[in-house]
Design a protein. Structure first.
Length: 118
């Protein structure tokens, strides 16, 4: 069973940067489509970026486009989210989700907290 662990969150000032990682164990990420979500208390989980299994295609929500970059290293079974020009409204718990291309099975990590101070 695939296990995902997010890391790299923390407290950062307005305009700062963080690089989140989503590392997989118990299986390979090669055949998984990955989505980064974020959630704040009282709000629905929001998908902010996704990347294809091969890494050749990526998409972003308008709220993060031009500031965030998703990437993956399948040799390391890790997906990254480089976040630049962070704003207070980026404050949230960030989760990665892996969806296996062949079976449709979904896996979630426990999340990493990002807090941006103004």
């Amino acid at each position: 069973q695939l296990r995902l662990v997010e890391s790299g969150g923390g407290l950062v000032q307005f305009g700062g940067s963080l690089n989140l990682s989503c590392a997989a164990s118990g299986g390979a990420l090669d055949y998984n489509y990955i989505v980064w979500f974020r959630q704040t208390p009282g709000k629905e989980r929001e998908g902010i970026s996704c990347i294809s299994a091969s890494g050749t295609n990526a998409n972003y929500a308008d709220s993060v486009k031009g500031r965030f970059t998703i990437s993956r290293d399948n040799a390391k079974d890790t997906v990254y989210l480089q976040m630049n020009d962070l704003r207070p409204d980026d404050t949230a718990m960030y989760y990665c989700n892996a969806k296996q291309v062949l079976t449709g099975t979904n896996y979630w990590g426990q999340g990493t907290q990002v807090t941006v101070s103004s």
